[in-house]
Structures are given as C-alpha cells and as structure tokens.
Design a protein around this ligand. Sequence first.
Ligand code: INI
Length: 197
Amino acid sequence: MAVFEGTFTQDTPLRFAIIIARFNDLVTGKLLEGCQDCLKRHGIDVNPQGTQVDYVWVPGSFEVPLVARKIALTQQYDAVICLGAVIRGQTPHFDYVSAEAAKGIAAVGFQTGVPVIFGILTTDTMQQALERAGIKGNHGWEYAMNALEMASLMRQINSRVSTPNYPVYQASSVEPPALPITPQHTVKTVTTEGLNE
Ligand code: INI
C-alpha cells in the first residue's frame, strides 16, 4: 500500500491557469499578487510570456466556472486557480453569485479530474475582503499553496493508479463521453405495431 501526499516543490515543471474576476478588482488584484508571489517563491515562472502560468480575466465571479471548465478541459494544466471577491450588498445578489461560483467550481473539478482551487472570497464588507487580500494576510498566497499541493498530489496519483473507465471529459467533446456499457444496460427496441388495434 502507499501514502500519497503532495509536495511544494516541482520534480517536473508544473503548469497553472489563474482565472481572475474583474468585479471588486481592488481585492482580486491583491489576491493575484499574493498568488504570484507564492508561486514565484516556489520556483514557478509566473511571467505571462513564459510556459508555466496562463492568466484569464472574466467580468465577475459568476463567469468563473464556465471559463474554468473550458480551461480544465484542455488537460494542459496541473491546476486551475479561481480568484474572485463576492461582497454582500443590500440585495440577495450576493447569495446567487457566491452559490453559483462555489457549485460551478466544484463541478469543474469533478467533471474534468483537474484540481480547481476555490479562491473566491465571500465577505460581508469590503473591509473584511481587503483584510484577507493583503491588509492582514493574503489568501491568494494560500490558494497558490493549495494549487501546488494538489498539482503534485494528482501527478503522484495519476502515475501510480490506473483508472481506465473513469470518464474524463476531452477538450474535443462537447458532451461528456458515454459511460461504459455494462451487460445490465441492454437496449430494447420498441415498435408501435399493434398499438391502434
Ligand atoms: N461579481 C463578483 O465577482 N462579486 C460581487 O460581489 C458581485 N456582486 O455583488 O454583484 C458580482 N456580480 C457580477 C456577477 O459576477 C456577474 O459578472 C454578472 O452578474 C454578469 O453575469
């Protein structure tokens, strides 16, 4: 048997995509800075012209899952980091945006087999968000650590465990691939013959 545990060093060069919501960019820009600082200090070339990190800007956190799915489907990245800041206002908008972002981001990880980091701050006030994006600490740094750990862990697991029937979505397919048909899934042909008699 074995123990699988991610490390924070790279045996082979890792590749990341960072998706950043522009909404509340005072906060998300700071999360991005924390994230880049952490990756850089762990040996990742964060230059957008380099080969290790790609950046994608989207209007708001609600749009993050769609783009995360598109990016993860390429199977070109070891992890996808999603950054956003949803701040409670006077209306229920907060609940819709934060719930869809959370559900969507979780679904992308499950559907694609690629680790997708939930780096969406959800706070009651701008002050609380800023405190978590640089004033007191920077959660962007932690999201990058989570990405490094998950990227390394998944590489280890993928190299040791064979999952031949696991239906991973491919970039080329719009629909998920059909599940393997087992003998229980037989198809019966039904005709309309005799129905109007
Ligand atoms: N998007 C955010 O990322 N944070 C918010 O706080 C926010 N609020 O409060 O409205 C927000 N709304 C925009 C949303 O993400 C979409 O971009 C928009 O609804 C268009 O689909």
